[in-house]
Design a protein around this ligand. Structure first.
Ligand SMILES: Cc1cc2nc3c(=O)[nH]c(=O)nc-3n(C[C@H](O)[C@H](O)[C@H](O)COP(=O)(O)OP(=O)(O)OC[C@H]3O[C@@H](n4cnc5c(N)ncnc54)[C@H](O)[C@@H]3O)c2cc1C
Length: 349
């Protein structure tokens, strides 16, 4: 099927656009209209076209945290803006980054320029603009700790807004943006990064990997190298097999259920939370329920990591979603725990 491209200066419009190369699960979905945005200043003009204004809107970064269960009958805004600007520097720096920058490129840029903080978050796919949406986290760190403010186009008020850290309501894989879907188009994120800080190495094998590397006084780039090694040895690469990273969140359950689960299943990893509740391992439950490596047609659960839903080839979004729901049902029947998907599930209307 042919797609028509029109360069509008600052953005390009593509009708009937394929999204197959724009989501890491490699689902072959299409959008009625795709806008590749290189200049965020053009957003008001674009959003004013009647077809855009009156239809559905979806902002897309690299598509590494979405599952399309059908074609998208509306406008997809692909953020492709670029720019990293150091606004002030000293013991710590204030750095404004355009939403379309690749997250991993930015992390490597910070390490190359001697800033600390983001080393544990290296190699997470996606764009800078998407990082605050689900408050990306890995290896004991979350991006929220370093976000001073988020600049966005508010589609309700039709103006640029600057949302301070407190307003963003960051929590585990959660933020304001998830609770008001579609309202904000993130155009830039402002970070505050120190020149040095205590390193977080006591998590998920980092210390052990540093020891294997022969490093006894680690700097941030050593920690980053250790995390790269750990991530590449555990997670399937979307360039090799379609996936969206962890498809299921670790559920946070109340203390009574956590106690009962631990009595019945002593092997279940559990992490007490500051509010008295307990985060329990979704991977352990999925594996114990027998789904690790399970496959139905081209939809499957990775045999390397039980949290990862994979597309072995030509699975449709509906097939992947059906398998995910089967896993959620299986875990609920076996453990009485409700799993939630981490990616945004986007259906046809
Ligand atoms: C192999 C792999 C490993 C991963 N590991 C991790 C991990 O360790 N930790 C972790 O937290 N995540 C992880 N993820 C998930 C993913 O990388 C992150 O959620 C990432 O932030 C998504 O970025 P994206 O640009 O691909 O967003 P997309 O998938 O394109 O979008 C995700 C959501 O954010 C919204 N969005 C995107 N950009 C904007 C914007 N500019 N303004 C408003 N809304 C926007 C979209 O509408 C959608 O709702 C992993 C994914 C993969 C494939």
């Amino acid at each position: 099927m042919l797609s028509e491209r029109t360069d509008m200066g600052g953005y390009t419009l593509i009708e009937n656009a394929s999204l197959a190369n724009r989501n890491t699960l490699r689902v072959d979905a299409r959008a009625t209209l795709l806008a590749e945005i290189r200049d965020a200043g053009k957003l008001p003009e674009l959003l004013d076209f009647p077809a855009v204004r009156n239809g559905r809107l979806l902002v897309l970064g690299e598509g590494s945290n979405v599952l399309f269960t059908g074609d998208f009958d509306g406008t997809v805004l692909a953020m492709e803006t670029r720019g990293v600007q150091v606004e002030s520097d000293g013991d710590s720096a204030r750095i404004a980054v355009a939403a379309g920058e690749r997250w991993d490129d930015f992390v490597r840029w910070t390490l190359g320029h001697g800033y600390a903080g983001l080393e544990n978050l290296i190699l997470i796919p996606g764009t800078v603009g998407a990082a605050p949406i689900q408050n990306i986290g890995a290896y004991g760190c979350e991006v929220a700790e370093f976000v001073e403010s988020v600049e966005a186009w508010d589609t309700r008020e039709r103006r640029v807004v600057m949302l301070d850290h407190a307003v963003c309501a960051f929590a585990y894989r959660d933020s304001l943006f998830k609770h008001e879907p579609g309202r904000y188009i993130v155009t830039a994120v402002r970070f505050v990064l120190p020149r040095s800080r205590p390193l977080r190495t006591d998590y998920a094998g980092i210390n052990e990997q540093l020891a294997r590397m022969g490093v006894d006084k680690p700097a941030p780039f050593h920690v980053a190298e250790a995390v790269v090694h750990l991530r590449t040895s555990k997670l399937p690469d979307p360039a090799v097999i379609g996936n969206a990273g962890s498809f299921f969140k670790n559920p946070i359950v109340d203390a009574a259920l956590a106690d009962a689960l631990k009595r019945e299943h002593p092997g279940l990893p559990a992490w007490p939370q500051p509010d008295g509740r307990c985060k329990v391992s979704a991977a352990w439950m999925i594996e114990t329920a027998g789904f690790k490596g399970f496959r139905e047609g081209d939809a499957g659960i990775s045999n390397r990591h039980a949290l990862v839903l994979v597309n072995h080839g030509k699975a449709t979004g509906q097939q992947l979603w059906a398998l995910a729901q089967q896993v959620m049902l299986g875990v609920r029947e076996r453990f009485g725990v409700i799993l939630e998907p981490e990616p945004v599930v986007i259906g046809a209307r």
